[in-house]
Design a protein around this ligand. Sequence first.
Ligand SMILES: Cc1cc2nc3c(=O)[nH]c(=O)nc-3n(C[C@H](O)[C@H](O)[C@H](O)COP(=O)(O)OP(=O)(O)OC[C@H]3O[C@@H](n4cnc5c(N)ncnc54)[C@H](O)[C@@H]3O)c2cc1C
Length: 423
Amino acid sequence: MQTLWTMTARSQPDYRRTALPDRCDTVIVGGGFTGLTAALELARAGRSVIVLEAGQLGSGASGTNAGFVVPNFAKADPAAVRAKLPRAQADNLLSLVGSGADAVFSTIASEDIACDAAQTGWLQPAYGSEMADVLRHRAVLWQELGRPVEFLDADAIRAETGMAIYSGGLIDHSGGTIHPLDYLHGLAKAVFRHRGLVRENSLVRTLSTDGRGHRIGLDDGEIRTDSVLVATNAFTSGIAARMGRTGIPLRVYQIATRPVSADVLARISPRRRPVGDTRSNLFTYRLDRDNRLISGGMALNPMGAATRVGRSVADRLARELGIAQPGIEVVWTGTAIMTPDFLPRIYQFAEGVFGGIGCNGRGIAMTAQLGRILARLALGEPAREMPIPLRQARALPFHGLMPLVASAGLAEARLSDWLSNRA
Ligand SMILES: Cc1cc2nc3c(=O)[nH]c(=O)nc-3n(C[C@H](O)[C@H](O)[C@H](O)COP(=O)(O)OP(=O)(O)OC[C@H]3O[C@@H](n4cnc5c(N)ncnc54)[C@H](O)[C@@H]3O)c2cc1C
């Protein structure tokens, strides 16, 4: 599939023929941000590690996302997390997610990854005065946790976006943007540099355990290992099924427009800050290095959706930003995953076999943390010391029908925005 990222990647190395030993300390299943971050951490710690990726690097969400680096939860604010978990555990988890963007940008700096990384800050404009009050309070909670978050008034948000419909908003100065595919390839190169291995076209079909550890079954052979990390996100093929069925898959469409003019740029994004507002039918935009606008949306009906959603996202960009229709350069799609409580998960499937889902639309920052946590588990650190609590991997009933649930959720979101607009 062609995406903005495949069109503009600096390089796309081919790892289909990596020679593999028949044993290693840890096998990582899935070569997205989670798997490669875990691999980098383990390789840096001197462990022998192999990442097995079913398709090409970037076939999953890590290659198809929009590159907004956002250090918080899309659907669970600090107050909601504190309501769900004991206070100390909640604050550990919030500190983890709050420092997720810093984790991404520090890995990029320390491994010298060229990926258009821009830690410009992330803006969340508030739609309606009630939401402005929520964000004002949220800013205080993040500040108490030591995060560089501020509330901006309506004029400041207007100066940042050119949009007058907002009643204020948040800025998290640690957020920003990246070229996700370049970041992913940079992580893979770093894994090799630290003597780890990555192989593409390597679907892991089976996992069995005996007195001598684990056996990983591939179409063309077998690898023995002491520990296994499952980093397969929304996928359900081969051994990914058990974890993938614990979340709700969401098909998301992204577009990149033709580059916008310097005048438009100066009005809608003078500091090149990525934007994601508070509406249920979220409005987002950011720029790539060539000043294309990137935005996204979902479809109620998947038939022929790419063209239809592409057009409606471009129309929405023009309408909301008050600009001429910029023209679409590319539309692409990917599958994200939501957990039922919107929080990240770690699972233990057997002794030495762990899995994790970073998820929830803001996975770039979260997976940088999740990968590290999975690596710590593979290194033998106790699960009870992790900031994400260990959970039972329970498949959601009627998992196959979940896309319908997501469509119903989108319809409800559109209705609720329409109603609040009329109120
Ligand atoms: C369209 C879209 C837009 C998004 N935009 C943003 C954004 O702007 N900002 C943000 O923070 N987050 C965003 N996200 C979410 C973010 O991209 C994800 O949370 C993150 O990339 C998940 O990384 P991962 O490594 O866990 O999973 P993935 O990147 O999905 O990697 C899982 C990998 O496992 C492989 N695999 C599966 N089964 C097997 C098997 N049996 N054997 C071997 N390999 C297997 C797959 O091929 C895949 O490459 C977006 C997601 C989508 C889909």
